[in-house]
Design a protein around this ligand. Structure first.
Ligand code: PMP
Length: 302
């Protein structure tokens, strides 16, 4: 079935949703994007994703040609037109059409598009049994060159790492920063539990400050689990009591094997399981309703 796509002010069938070969998003990876989820008729953490989109755009000195409120409406309307209550939304803003040189000044107007589609999740089995990952040799981009805090269209750094993971036969990989500290996974943030404290690296060491990451830290604090943002090494991961990854697509996924070492005896830990269920509960009630006339069910949010 053909999807309806938002593209530069119009909602068009996907066959007509085409951008120019002179678009600098395509020619140079010059642009920013967001991946967002809809659950139970609501758009989860929509505001937080839009804040990050506009902050990413500001850092690359690109002005998104609409307000955040208008962008929120684009996301909701794209979901409505595709009759989606659950799904994955991709909002993309590129530098726009220019010439073959890289100068952004030659691009008068950013291109904006929004896709809403169904999502294929990791199989439920992985949430129950956990994921095996490796550490790859590709280091995360250094923040003083291309800051990983910008969710930019240039994902080559992560794609290098993903290829290394693929070649090793695993689906995710841990990336270190240039100093050898654990940064994040190719498309997810990383957490460890040690002696009752939940630990994740601080954004300034060079990682994307995930919306799911921040949500999980809030959920942990609500459950009186101490949370620390601090640097750690692979030694800390290998000796962690628990480990998990977080991301919009992956949600909260237990990580039970790292570079051949079993974590927590190779089973998802207690805190990880608690956070998975707290996260799933939150998806039922957080975010604006896609179809505002639908009264949300008071017990399950659906
Ligand atoms: N790190 C990277 C590199 C990512 O691309 C993503 C998003 N897929 C994340 C972390 C997780 O961020 P979020 O929870 O906002 O999806």
């Amino acid at each position: 079935m053909s999807l309806i796509i938002y593209l530069d002010g119009k909602y068009v069938p996907e066959e007509q949703a085409a951008v120019s070969v002179f678009d600098h998003g395509l020619l140079y990876g010059d642009g920013v994007f967001e991946g967002i989820r809809a659950y139970h008729g609501r758009v989860f953490k929509l505001h937080e994703h839009l804040v990050r989109l506009y902050e990413s755009a500001r850092t690359i000195a690109m002005e998104i040609p609409m307000s955040m409120e208008e962008m929120q409406e684009v996301v909701l309307e794209t979901l409505r037109l595709n009759n989606l209550r659950d799904g994955y939304i991709r909002v993309v803003v590129t530098r726009g059409k220019g010439d073959l040189g890289l100068d952004p000044l030659k691009c008068p107007k950013p291109t904006v598009f929004c896709i809403a589609a169904s999502i294929r999740l990791y199989p439920e089995e992985l949430y129950e049994n956990g994921l095996a990952v490796i550490t790859v040799s590709t280091r995360r981009n250094i923040p003083v060159a291309v800051t990983p805090r910008v969710k930019s269209l240039n994902y080559l750094n992560n794609i290098y790492a993903k290829m290394e993971a693929n070649l090793a036969g695993v689906s995710e990989a841990i990336m270190l920063n240039a100093d050898g500290y654990v940064a994040e996974a190719t498309g997810d943030n990383i957490f460890i539990m040690k002696n009752g404290v939940l630990i994740t690296p601080p954004a300034y060491i060079g990682l994307l400050e995930g919306v799911t990451r921040n949500t999980v830290m809030d959920l942990a604090r609500q459950q009186d689990i101490p949370v620390e943002e601090r640097v750690f090494t692979l030694h800390d991961v290998y000796n962690a009591d628990e480990c998990f990854l977080t991301g919009t697509a992956a949600e909260v996924i237990p990580t039970v094997k790292v570079d051949g070492r079993l974590i927590a005896g190779g089973k998802p830990g207690k805190v990880t399981r608690k956070l998975i269920s707290a996260f799933r509960e939150l998806t039922k009630v957080d975010g604006p309703l896609i179809f505002p006339d639908e009264a949300a069910c008071c017990c399950c949010g659906s």
